[in-house]
Design a protein around this ligand. Sequence first.
Ligand SMILES: *Cc1c(COP(=O)(O)O)cnc(C)c1O
Length: 230
Amino acid sequence: MSLIESISGVYKKISHAAMKAGRDPSEVRLLAVTKTVSPELVREAVDAGIRLIGENRVQEASAKVEALRGVIPDTVSWHLIGHLQSNKARAAVGLFDVIQSLDSTELARRIDRYAGEAGKVQDLLIQVKLAGEEGKSGMSPDDLPVSIDALLELKNIRINGLMTIPPFFEDPEEARPYFRWLRELRDSLSGRGIELPELSMGMSGDYEVAVEEGATMVRVGTAIFGDRSY
Ligand SMILES: *Cc1c(COP(=O)(O)O)cnc(C)c1O
């Protein structure tokens, strides 16, 4: 299958899932996850219409941004979707339009400081760890209301929404309660006057379920580029 075919296949499934849930398919954006994918292939994906790119490592992203500067339009936006170490925060602020993996208020303070120095307002999503899995990053849902109040004090960051990675299941239906939980969290916060429109949830194995549950952005790698070689 060509890249164009696999991308249009994903768009079709997104539309179908959205309509099944009574949603407007245009509410859902597709982010192509390009970790381990060559700059050449990223360019092809952009030629095929992709405008959101997700990388999970600062260094790998940096090399690709560099390789593609002037080659792809600057309307393409780069998202960090992997854990951000505090010593890479300055580089991340320089590179990414959106950091989806904000997982602590300390990291937010650091990003806020670097963004201020760079004269930028950094867009962020808060990564929420719903299953409480050991070793995975993300804020706990219980801490969210208090943490968000602290984040709203910071003037050089903008919190646009929430992101989550549910535990892996063979059957995507088992991920549904996590997607629903993230949406309900967002809704309960908006009841307190905190607007978080973006819900980044769903990957190759489960994005249709995520769309049915309210995803506004799905992060898809394998279903576009094939299996990663690692
Ligand atoms: C790799 C990755 C994805 C994409 O996973 P696929 O199963 O290849 O679609 C999505 N989100 C995050 C955070 C990832 O690291």
